[in-house]
Design a binder for this molecule. Structure first.
Ligand SMILES: [Cu+2]
Length: 176
């Protein structure tokens, strides 16, 4: 496919999205399709001290005419990576694992404190604010997207204290 084929506005938009992604330090694995419909920006991890589980946040943009489902994520830096949704239940914020999160056609979805987030547990090494960590996002159609996340301090953009304690989630390393 020519990079900027006038024959297909959609293909052109997808290619431009890839270029935009590249500018942000994102890259797609070799087996990813050229017309990857999803791009990600503002990807960051909220760092917490003492090896506590960290939340990963981002904006997902779907430039295609069909819904796209995010079904998982992985990281070389954390042993356990899950998709979570924070919900208010009985007056407290609880986190529930989710198996799939849909990004609407021509729409976007925010992973943010107090809502959807990527739960990063059991860091394989010490993580510090300022680090850049790669995560691989997996989509329902088999496509994968590698995204660079910036580690930020707890006080960074969007910090929601209600989510800080992570109630409703088993945390083996705490409470002792
Ligand atoms: Cu969580």
């Amino acid at each position: 496919m020519p990079l900027l084929s006038p024959a297909s506005t959609l293909a052109r938009r997808a290619c431009l999205s890839l270029l935009a992604g590249a500018a942000l330090g994102l890259s797609a694995p070799a087996f990813a399709r050229n017309d990857a419909p999803v791009r990600v920006d503002d990807a960051w991890i909220r760092w917490l001290p003492a090896g506590l589980p960290a939340g990963g946040y981002m904006n997902l943009h779907n430039d295609s005419a069909r819904p796209v489902a995010l079904v998982g994520a992985s990281s070389p830096d954390y042993e356990e990576v899950m998709l979570h949704h924070s919900v208010m239940k009985d007056g407290t914020m609880q986190m529930l694992p989710v198996s799939s999160v849909e990004i609407p056609a021509h729409g976007e979805l925010q992973f943010k404190p107090g809502g959807y987030h990527i739960m990063l547990m059991k860091a394989r090494h010490e993580v510090h604010p300022g680090d850049q960590l790669p995560l691989t996002l997996r989509f329902a159609d088999g496509e994968q997207l590698r995204v660079q996340f910036e580690v930020r301090k707890p006080g960074a953009t969007g910090y929601a204290p209600a989510h800080g304690g992570m109630p409703g989630m088993p945390m083996p390393q705490s409470g002792k």
